[in-house]
Design a protein around this ligand. Structure first.
Ligand code: BGC
Length: 282
């Protein structure tokens, strides 16, 4: 199993450098390595302890009897990667130590499920497909947003709401973050949805599993399902649609895909898979 690196060392994100992760020396990330002196920092963000609707209660709270590794009512506590362990009553991160116990800024104990829509089109120049000079391969573009929480460029993904089908999350998040559907009139929203429905019906899964996300802790971590929605037709709706950042996104753009891109968490790996799938320049 590949061990994580984005959630080890340094400070926990968005804590003004006040919450330092406990030391996890190189080679000690795997739980299988004995590490007697492991002293993880305990941290759950005040916003999570305040109990918003998307967050679990504290473990041990009266009435909180989570069904780990299963669909627990509407909350999916099953991991895409198989069975995770429960140690001292808490789920344990399957990809190793992070130096933090508690949930950090994640709402759920165990897996926190997201979905990532990779919406792609071919780059065109004067109406024909643009080809990279060096590789001779056509250049692909994807809809890329800038996250409001950390300023990094990313796929316009988001959390799967309890009971929501992943296919619904994928289109909803795209519409909210890349088209600002939250500020559309009901008519505009309906029209946009109708335009996109065909494209979103034809997606291909490109990744499903753990995400090496900077917010992960020993007891709470991100997982995602990423789909590629590709429009091959140079006269299709993706060449006319107007991008407009909304919700958790502060900017949006068509990003030329290549190996030099620097993206949030493991989004670069996801995009690389999409480029390979479509025979595009990387
Ligand atoms: C994002 C997804 C991302 C996931 C894991 C979520 O906050 O919206 O795009 O894949 O975190 O990093």
């Amino acid at each position: 199993m590949q061990l994580h690196s984005n959630c080890v060392g340094g400070y926990y994100p968005r804590t003004d450098n006040k919450v330092k992760r406990g030391e996890v020396p190189k080679g000690m990330v795997a739980w299988s390595e004995p590490f007697k002196d492991y002293k993880p920092t305990s941290y759950t963000a005040p916003s999570i302890l305040a109990g918003p609707s998307y967050a679990d209660p504290v473990i041990g709270s009266p009435g909180f009897k989570p069904a780990w590794n299963a669909l627990d009512g509407k909350v999916n506590r099953a991991s895409h990667e198989g069975t995770y362990m429960i140690v001292d009553g808490c789920p344990r991160n399957p990809h190793g130590r992070t130096g933090v116990v508690g949930r950090g800024s994640l709402g759920r104990w165990g897996p926190n499920h997201a979905a990532d829509p990779v919406v792609t089109r071919w780059k065109t120049l004067n109406g024909t497909k643009a080809v990279d000079d060096k590789t001779g391969n056509p250049v692909l573009q994807f809809v890329c947003i800038q996250r409001r929480d950390c300023g990094a460029w990313a796929i316009p993904g988001g959390m799967v709401d309890p009971g929501e089908r992943v296919s619904v999350t994928l289109q909803r998040e795209f519409q909210e973050e890349a088209l600002n559907s939250l500020e559309m009139t009901p008519q505009q929203k309906k029209h946009t949805e109708q335009q996109l429905n065909n494209l979103f019906r034809g997606g291909e899964e490109v990744y499903k599993g753990y995400v090496d996300d900077p917010r992960n802790t020993d007891n709470a971590w991100m997982e995602t399902v990423a789909y590629n929605f590709h429009e091959d037709n140079p006269d299709g709706i993706l060449h006319g649609i107007k991008l407009h950042a909304g919700d958790d996104a502060q900017a949006v753009r068509w990003q030329d895909i290549n190996g030099q891109m620097n993206l949030y968490a493991t989004h670069r790996d996801i995009i690389q898979k999409v480029a390979a799938r479509l025979g595009a320049h990387w």
